[in-house]
Design a protein around this ligand. Structure first.
Ligand code: AMP
Length: 283
């Protein structure tokens, strides 16, 4: 595996490998869900670049940029074992040199759900993803449905800016007990981790209620709140039942809806989501 630590070298390498090139952007501390993205790229693309960059632009001033988990040695081993072609480690001072001024804003959808409490988050994500696309010039880029809203922001940016990249996805991947895999799960103590299972449980309870015919969003939302609140150390940021593309809140579930959660468990801010569908028509 080639390790590239400068933007110029990455651009030069890409110039000769752009046909069928897949990019998997990550912030490192790689787990099985990251590796699922890498495996998909390795299978579907001629060559694969995995980037590890803990992007300062997407963290607010009181967030966990400085404590974000890192284990580059282990990440490198995991990627080498899969036979990844390139690990790209851009230095932050090259990505955002002094005097850096340009940020990408995807309106409306960035302002809902996570955008309410993390006002700079999606601007930071869209900016770094566009920069990575320009540096690596991949034909395909791989993202996970765990970050559903992020995926919609990226798809919208690709469409609106006519970017010549095809976005590919993997579904949300869970630990065997149902907890959505996340680098931030490493912040959880044993007790907090047990409480964190309440997120998945609450989504399943809502899905079951919907299957039994309960389509009222206020009722479903309250049920989700109850299930999560039964677990200690939890602090709900939002429970949204909304259109999966516009993120406008629904009153009633008629067809496809996204149930998305953000909950603090101890100091870990966790997100989870599920797409639910009520096939029957409005009557
Ligand atoms: P991150 O390192 O958290 O920025 O994540 C890098 C990529 O991995 C993003 O496209 C995420 O959506 C994806 N990812 C992280 N966790 C999961 C998961 N549990 N299931 C699916 N994709 C994930």
């Amino acid at each position: 595996m080639k390790i590239i630590q400068s933007i110029q070298e990455m651009t030069e390498w890409s110039r000769h490998h752009s046909v069928g090139l897949g990019l998997v952007p990550t912030m490192g501390f790689l787990h099985e869900a990251h590796l699922a993205l890498v495996k998909k790229s390795l299978k579907e693309c001629q060559s694969t670049v995995v980037s590890i960059f803990t992007n300062p632009a997407q963290f607010g001033p009181k967030e966990d940029l400085d404590s974000y988990p890192k284990d580059l040695e282990n990440d490198q081993k995991k990627l080498e074992a899969l036979k990844t072609d390139v690990l790209f480690l851009p230095p932050p001072e090259e990505v955002y040199p002094s005097g850096y001024k340009t940020y990408i804003k995807v309106k409306d959808i960035s302002e809902r759900l996570c955008g309410i409490t993390r006002p700079v988050f999606f601007e930071g994500v869209a900016t770094v993803v566009l920069k990575l696309f320009n540096i690596v010039r991949p034909e395909f880029a791989f993202f996970g449905e765990k970050d559903w809203q992020q995926l919609e922001v990226i798809r919208t940016m690709v469409r609106d800016l006519n970017l010549d990249v095809t976005i590919k996805t993997v579904p949300l991947i869970r630990e065997p007990d149902g907890l959505a895999m996340s680098s931030r799960n490493s912040y959880l103590s044993g007790e907090e981790r047990r409480s964190a299972l309440g997120l998945y449980k609450s989504l399943n309870v809502a899905k079951d209620l919907l299957d039994q015919g309960e389509t009222s969003v206020p009722v479903l939302r309250e049920k989700i709140r109850d299930v999560i609140a039964q677990n200690p150390f939890t602090n709900i940021e939002y429970i949204s039942i909304c259109d999966p593309h516009t993120f406008e809140e629904c009153d009633q579930i008629f067809q496809k809806a996204l149930i998305a959660l953000a909950v603090k468990v101890g100091k870990a801010r966790l997100i989870d989501n599920v797409i639910v569908e009520r096939i029957s028509c409005k009557d």
